[in-house]
Write a protein of this length. Sequence first.
Length: 209
Amino acid sequence: MKNLIKQQKNPGFTLVEIMVALTIFSTTFMISLAIFANSQKVQQRTLSVQQGQSDARYALELISRYIRLGEIDYEYYVQNGISLADPNNPPSILALRDSAGLPARFQLANNLIQLCTIFSQTGILPNQSESCQASSWVNLTPANIRVDNLDFYISPAADPYLFDSTGLEYEGGDYQEMVTIVLETTINPTKDNYSTHFQTTITPRVYRR
């Protein structure tokens, strides 16, 4: 009799209680799963943005390295009638010469930063015209980065090493060469549309006076 009474006091879980428990468990599981999936998505987006920023910084640092180790090719701008004096209209191409006098060009084309170091034989020496074939341009930024803007602000506007015998002074005045780069990109333009803005000023190490 005592055992029977004890069994009646502990009848176990009812069907309603089991259904409520399953509902609570399922809801909690679905919420946890949604939080985990969203966390994974945010983490992947963060990694993608970090990789895009790293790729953009690599291109910027490569340009900076060329500037530090070389000189601005003022002759290129003179020959092509490109003025460097208007800050509202910076040149679309950064023309440089390395320590050996060989030309290097940077430009923005098809939303990609491009570099050219392979020219026709007439462009090997300074003060000579050169042409870079379309196939010689190398992309410095990957497809997951859209370069929206790339400006080169060059100072001074004239060659500081070219002496004007008429005015008895250097055309560029008593200024050191300097290039300010403004770079604006969009990372993952078809998905995240994360915009970045970089700006840096570099001075060549070469000083020939």
